[in-house]
Design a protein around this ligand. Structure first.
Ligand code: URA
Length: 449
């Protein structure tokens, strides 16, 4: 049997691990015959010395096969697709994109995560709908895909157990931000969904994990390469993440914004992301010949209401009372007859006349997080009703005293410092060529070769 200390030493000294060595490491992580300190040491060696592309592909494949690899009916060949986002503020794309793809005839077994740090999580958003059950077995997932076409669920117990161990240990060994480990973690889980195509939304900017375009591109290129090596058509969009996506941040508020979007009244930036990511998937699976045709199909599915019907059906299949699901999807609904509204709302006012030149999404997210919209460690509960709605747009001229942010909060009330931090998220000024806000969110696309 290969000696784990020898493998750690080889990586520590900058060597490349063979396929057999990586397989042995992942096997021992999965069957728990390796000591935690050895796993930690190997993670740190990988963090420090990196891995070759060949090693990363092997690591990802071995992680993927550490548990169940889903299988789908033959008739779904070429139709099973998913997307992954590196996380943002107000990132509610999945809630619109999954039903839009289902409305276009695709099967979307979307396995999502919870929010951590300042970013929100798709599962937390969905759980603000009473009854929505994100825990579904593989058989239940197949069932929902068969009848509806999409589901949004948490990771099942049987999927990529090696990642469960490694992810937990990365957090406590300061090895989270390692490109090989990030690629292995993200792509192994998508590979275990046996996808035909995967689209990645890799974000950069103030409110993203990666602050600049170059580092986000480096991650995107690696993810695209590894995804394609595993046999999934994989492409990526590099999108900016400085403000918020749409106007709402916070779980219930974001669900309402998605429902409004599915009723054809969505904000432009959210629609741009949904149609671009969906259009890329349609192009990669060959159902359209160019991206603009794919974007139009996705847009038609949203604007025409077909995606809304899929969202309603998905809610019902995932445990929401059918009367409540119908009410949420009807026109002129009172959302708060179903969703919880926060005990208090206040409106913040603009401090002067001017033009809105910037809204700092990171600043908003950090304060909302402290008010209960997010969690500081995994396992904590979140307050679904806490959030904020932007009442102004970039470039808009405002007068002193105009309402610019509607804050939804529970007890205790925000402190004076938190209110002043929220206020500082708004910058008023005069546009110059340098600061003229751009409404285009998607900056670059990476397609499989
Ligand atoms: N998401 C994952 O699942 N893993 C990572 O390493 C980063 C984001």
């Amino acid at each position: 049997m290969l000696s784990i200390p020898d493998l750690i030493k080889k990586k520590r000294d900058g060597g490349a691990l063979s396929d057999e060595e990586i397989k042995a490491f992942i096997q021992r992580v999965t069957d728990k015959t390796i000591q935690d300190c050895q796993t930690g040491a190997m993670l740190m060696a990988i963090w420090q010395k990196g891995m070759t592309d060949k090693e990363i592909v092997t690591l990802t494949k071995e992680m993927m096969s550490s548990g169940e690899v889903m299988s789908w009916p033959k008739e779904w060949a070429g139709l099973v697709v998913d997307k992954h986002s590196t996380g943002g503020v107000g990132d509610k794309v999945s809630l619109v994109l999954a039903p839009a793809l289902a409305a276009c005839g695709y099967k979307v077994p979307m396995i999502s995560g919870r929010g951590l740090a300042h970013t929100g999580g798709t599962l937390d958003k969905l759980e603000s709908i009473p009854g929505f059950n994100i825990q579904q077995s593989t058989d239940q997932i197949k069932n929902i895909l068969d009848s509806v076409g999409c589901c949004i669920v948490g990771q099942t117990e049987t999927l990529v157990p090696a990642d469960r161990v490694l992810y937990g240990m990365r957090d406590v060994t300061s090895t989270v931000n390692s490109l090989p480990l990030i690629a292995g973690s993200i792509i192994s889980k998508k590979g275990a969904e046996s996808l035909s195509a995967l689209v990645l939304d890799v974000k950069f900017g103030r409110a993203a994990l990666y602050k600049d375009l170059d580092s986000a591109r480096e991650l995107a290129q690696l993810l695209v390469k590894v995804g394609n090596s595993l046999g999934m058509r994989t492409g990526a969009a590099l999108s900016s993440m400085d403000g918020t996506i749409g106007r709402c941040v916070g779980n219930s508020l974001e669900v309402i914004e998605c429902l409004e979007t599915l009723k054809g009244k969505g904000p432009d930036d959210l629609m741009e992301l949904v149609t671009t990511l969906g259009g890329l998937l349609l192009k990669m699976t060959g159902s359209v010949s160019d991206l603009s045709e794919g974007k139009k199909k996705i847009s038609d599915a949203v604007i025409g209401g077909a995606a809304l019907s899929k969202f309603q059906a998905m809610m019902e299949k995932q445990g929401v009372d059918s009367e409540a699901a119908r009410a949420l999807c009807s026109t002129d609904t009172d959302y708060y007859s179903i969703l919880r509204k926060s005990k208090h709302q206040i409106k913040l006012e603009t401090p002067a006349d001017g033009e809105v030149v910037d809204v700092d999404g990171m600043m908003l997210a950090e304060v909302l997080h402290k008010l209960g919209a997010g969690r500081s460690k995994s396992g904590e509960s979140v307050n679904h009703s806490v959030g904020a709605k932007l009442l102004v747009s970039l470039g808009q001229k405002v007068q002193k005293g105009a309402s610019w942010l509607e804050l939804h909060y529970e007890d205790p009330a925000p402190t004076a410092d938190q209110i002043s931090r929220l206020q500082s998220a708004l910058t008023l000024g005069t546009h110059t060529q340098q600061n003229t806000p751009t409404h285009t969110v998607v900056k670059e696309l990476l397609l499989p070769q």
